[in-house]
Design a binder for this molecule. Structure first.
Ligand SMILES: Nc1ncnc2c1ncn2[C@@H]1O[C@H](COP(=O)(O)OP(=O)(O)OP(=O)(O)O)[C@@H](O)[C@H]1O
Ligand SMILES: [Mg+2]
Length: 374
């Protein structure tokens, strides 16, 4: 109950076990000053979680300060974070406070921390450790009281291995690490999010939504959502507005999915997906069988035509002139074709030769060669 109230207060829409656990962790850590690292693919809700931590903390009276480390040019990042003194570099015409000073008494969200240059990482570690920093161009050590939340969609351990991220900073940040799973790994959250966004955008745009067909709902559940919750949110908004609230089936919905791909045959898909995968698999096998049946029928017709051309008495069950594998030799096939042509034309050699596309002379020679009795 407590958890539900917390989620409602902070706009966290989720019911999967994974997200419930995350909500429990953030409820626990929010009131403290502990540094939190939030990881997860783009659009999973890292900022939503960071905002909830700040809002549920004793710092909530002040505004959360957000810095996107990936958006600041490398040469400017230190001055942005720690400020600079007048004249410390060419464009530093005035003293400027950095985000660590601005966020004094509040929370600083360092978004895309994986993009922070190594040299800046040393200074960040220092401020995390004892709250000390110095403005660029100043030797005066200053103090700040900032709670840091870092977020990234990079695998920081991998970055550490490739020497792009300092291990000491990584260990410092990682003390509380919240990893938000991608939406496709917590599909129970999809219907709840769909319902929530439908409500949000139908109210906002004054649209009455007629709903999704069953196959459309199934598609929303099965899609792999590479852009996670952000993609779902954007898709719902576009669908509602562009279709003006009319009822939508799977084909209508598909147009709004970034990278629609038919379901893959994965063994570890959730149960409700397996059902459809099984259906798809069955359909494929069925189609293959139909194709196979078609080929068999064609083959049978071909054989029937051939056997019509061959007189019954020549069809010896033991196939006397067959080789060891039971396959007719070329000679035996030729002999049977000649016999068949002669029978069809009641012994008329001229007509039989024409049928076989050989000269009468050749036919005569072959009749003698094979010892065919007319
Ligand atoms: N659990 C959730 N409940 C409600 N809205 C959510 C939830 N998760 C994500 N959202 C919404 O999805 C969008 C993307 O979320 P957010 O910006 O937090 O993602 P992110 O992980 O920070 O992505 P990025 O790595 O691209 O910065 C936002 O509009 C957010 O409101
Ligand atoms: Mg973000």
């Amino acid at each position: 109950m407590e958890r539900e109230k917390f989620q409602r207060e902070h706009g966290i829409i989720a019911r999967s076990l994974e997200m419930q656990e995350i909500v429990d962790v953030i409820r626990q850590v929010a009131p403290t000053d502990i540094t939190v690292l939030i990881t997860g693919e783009s659009g999973v809700g890292k900022e939503v979680i960071a905002r909830a931590i700040h809002a549920a903390s004793k710092r909530s009276k002040k505004q959360l300060v957000t810095v996107n480390c990936g958006a600041i040019p490398e040469g400017l990042i230190e001055s942005e974070l720690f400020g600079h003194e007048k004249g410390s570099f060419t464009s530093a015409v005035e003293m400027r406070k950095g985000y660590f000073e601005i966020a004094d008494g509040s929370t600083l969200l360092l978004d895309e921390i994986g993009e922070m240059p190594l040299a800046t990482q040393v200074k960040l570690l220092r401020v995390l450790e004892n709250g000390e920093f110095a403005r660029v161009g100043s030797s005066i050590t200053r103090k700040t009281d900032v709670r840091v939340i870092a977020a990234t969609n990079k695998d920081l351990q991998y970055e550490v291995q490739h020497k792009r991220f300092r291990p000491d900073l990584y260990f410092r940040l990682r003390s509380v690490n919240i990893t938000i799973p991608p939406l496709r790994e917590r599909r129970e959250d999809i219907p709840l999010l769909v319902e929530y966004f439908v409500k949000e955008f139908s109210t906002k745009n004054n649209i009455t939504f007629e709903g999704f067909t069953d196959d459309a709902t199934e598609l929303l559940m099965e899609y792999h959502w590479p852009g996670n919750v952000r993609e779902l949110k954007n898709a719902i908004e576009s669908m509602l507005v562009l279709e003006n609230g009319r009822r939508m089936n799977a084909d209508d919905v598909r147009k709004y999915l970034k990278e629609y791909q038919p379901p893959v045959f994965e063994r570890n898909l959730p149960v409700h997906v397996n059902k459809t995968v099984e259906q798809a698999e069955r359909e494929l096998i069925y189609r293959a069988l139909v194709d196979l049946k078609g080929s068999i029928l064609e083959l049978r017709d071909l054989l029937m035509q051939q056997s019509k051309a061959v007189p019954a008495h020549t069809e010896h069950p033991q196939l006397p002139n067959a080789n060891g594998n039971g396959i007719l030799t070329l000679d035996e096939m030729e002999r049977r074709m000649i016999v068949g042509a002669l029978e069809r034309h009641k012994g008329n050699r001229r007509l039989a030769a024409r049928d076989l596309n050989i000269s009468e002379r050749t036919l005569y020679r072959k009749i003698k060669e094979f010892g065919i009795h007319e």
